[in-house]
Design a protein around this ligand. Sequence first.
Ligand code: ADP
Length: 629
Amino acid sequence: MTTATGRETLGFQTEVRQLLKLMIHSLYSNKEIFLRELISNASDAADKLRFEALAAPDLLSEDPDLRIRIESDKERNTITVIDNGIGMSRDELVEHLGTIARSGTAEFLQQMTGDQQKDAQLIGQFGVGFYSSFMVADKVVVESRRAGLTVDDGVRWESDGAGEFTVENIERSERGTAVTLHLKDTETEFAEPLRIEALIRKYSDHIAFPVTLATTADAEKEPKIVNTATALWTRSRSDLTDDEYKEFYKHLSHDFADPLVWSHNRVEGKREYTSLLYIPENAPFDLWNREAPRGLKLYVQRVFIMDDAEQFLPLYLRFVKGVIDSSDLPLNVSRELLQQNPELTAMRGALTRRVLDMLGKMAAGEPDDYHRFWTEFGQVLKEGIVEDRANKDKLAKLLRFATTHSGSSKQDQSLDDYVGRAGKDQDKIYYILAENHATAAASPHIEGLAAKGIEVLLLTDRIDPWLVDGLTEYEGKSFADVAREGLDLPDGDGHLTQDVMDDEHKPLLKKVKKVLKDRVEAVHISNRLVSSPACVVAGKSELNPQLRRMLEASGQTLPDSKPILEINIEHPLVHRLSAEADNGRFDVLANIVLDHALLAEGSQLDNPAEYVKRMNSLLLELDSDAGSG
Ligand code: ADP
């Protein structure tokens, strides 16, 4: 019997309330996973207690055999998941089950569309957890007692999942947590022992603690253990099925979807550890949040030590989920100690290579999966080129690009694909940086290369300016920005230098330069244009304009720099310019040629009003020509 005191009704935090609503209304399929989530939480609670007991053995001694008990009651239509793990104090209960949403949740929720299917997918990225109970229950009661607290410190939480929950103090003789689901009338199947047993086998076989099942009818009997109850990663690969690996992943990650691939390894010898690493199919909602938890679940000799041990993998592999179980690290290892542990550098190196090899294998063997991976995580992996010089070559092979060859915005071409197609006299890998795919693909800078059949990488991700900087070369070919002065094109019959090209048209170039002297650094004849009259390029040592725009957008002030104007001497508009050389219209035309070159590369005009004035004066002339002609 319990006596209730200190009863309090609290509102769920707005974000939690929204999540609950979505959970209840969008996730109508696969409701059975609520049991996996509850057992997963119970198992985490047991892990956490075992960890705390390393320093305070008394916490465990009163009830030393950690286990998870499921009870069902068909008459009352309930199912209860009971653990004797760490438990929760009143404050913890209020905080964990109601008020604190993960940071970034609000932004995440803004992406919701109202389209049930899409939202169900999105919510999958969030991870479901405890709240999934409300998919099958119209009331959930949690009773808990924190390890180390007394019988009087029990607490009860109750909610129908709408807007509020209540908490009150109770007496509770057992340590740990009991979660009781009062099932909806439509969900009576989840009180059926056979159904529950099948679900435990399906989803929770790998849980390292015994999971038992009892009905109210056989309360007196010793309940039977339903699962295998050994930590999955300690079993040998040949004993494990794909489904077991997948279920374990979902337990680890609370992800809805299956992982794309995994890699399970035991390292023996000087250093001993087991790792099980997974690549998810979907990016988590907080992939770009610097503070988001990341890293592996760390065990030392099968004792859980911590979640999110980020020291085992570099930041650019933050999407990897998994477990590491070390035999060498001390049981009392902390985050700080991990940082100083010399063993760790070697382990981190080995695990990093393991992930890159796993990705390489997927790229070669399962290109469709790899494409999925790339779409979700490609931009993160690119950070590796900048951060991890030691693995640059491995990483470069994993990169995928949109190029002029593929003719779509899909990033699906590798550098090997590119190099394989390049002519043998081509010693460069050409690329263009632009704000978006359309701008890149239509850029004047690539016309000449396209006409010669030379492929260009179309780079539009924010990180790309740094990426090409870090890559420098691949298979002996250096990277060349097609929007930079002095473009060096492969040309069977030898190509003309800039000086030779310019020489022939000196007077025109001089005149244009004179008119545009405040706006451009220099004016040259171009070798890269076909159908456009002009383009602007950056000087050899100048910042790329795309990078410049990004830095400026982020608030940096950069020294002024003027572009170089290149003109297409074959173009009718340039002929016209030449013809107008002694005319008042020359100034207007020259300026417009430059304006358009700037617009085409995605730059903004310093003085748009001037441009409009120039255009209008030309348009008016057009009108008077038509009228008089
Ligand atoms: P997650 O498990 O992904 O953190 P949940 O919503 O499932 O998210 O749970 C929120 C938190 O509530 C957990 O992180 C844990 O601190 C606490 N919790 C849930 N179930 C239990 C339990 N059985 N015992 C102790 N704490 C629990």
